[in-house]
Design a protein around this ligand. Structure first.
Ligand code: FES
Length: 141
């Protein structure tokens, strides 16, 4: 598998690993095919993502995607964070092998779920989340 240097760097030295006690938002996404799971914890203040942590049980691409995605949303408003797509995460990593693109989907999905959890706690309507077809994705490790 040909990984970019950035993927290898974020995989070997992931940023924002861990949990947040009493998070303002918590989201979990899993891919039933490979069993990989990503959890995202948010601390939000004045509508801004003050802190974000992740726990990912998964492949190198899933870990690098979590690391990069958390870096990209830290300090952003909740609305800006919602706009983060899995393709933007993959681009920021200088690309993922095509067969590994679905791993970055976990990051988009877990962040959306965490943001919706935050919205729910604020009494706001949740935003519909794009349905990803994990069942039909290839998930070669
Ligand atoms: Fe399943 Fe990467 S998330 S192989």
């Amino acid at each position: 598998m040909n990984y970019s240097e950035k993927v290898m760097e974020h995989f070997s030295n992931p940023r924002n690993v861990g949990e947040i006690d009493n998070p303002d938002g918590l989201g979990e996404a899993g891919n039933p095919k490979c069993g990989d799971i990503m959890k995202i914890y948010l601390k939000v203040k004045d509508n801004v993502i003050e802190d974000v942590k992740f726990k990912t049980f998964g492949c190198a691409s899933a870990i690098a995607s979590s690391s990069m995605a958390t870096e990209l949303i830290k300090g952003k408003t909740v609305d800006e964070a919602w706009e983060l797509t899995n393709t933007a995460v993959a681009e920021a990593l200088d690309g993922l092998p095509p067969i590994k693109m679905h791993c970055s989907v976990l990051a988009e999905e877990a962040i959306h779920k965490a943001l919706n959890d935050y919205r729910k706690k604020q009494g706001l309507d949740v935003i519909p989340i794009k349905e990803f077809d994990h069942e039909h994705e290839s998930c070669a490790v």
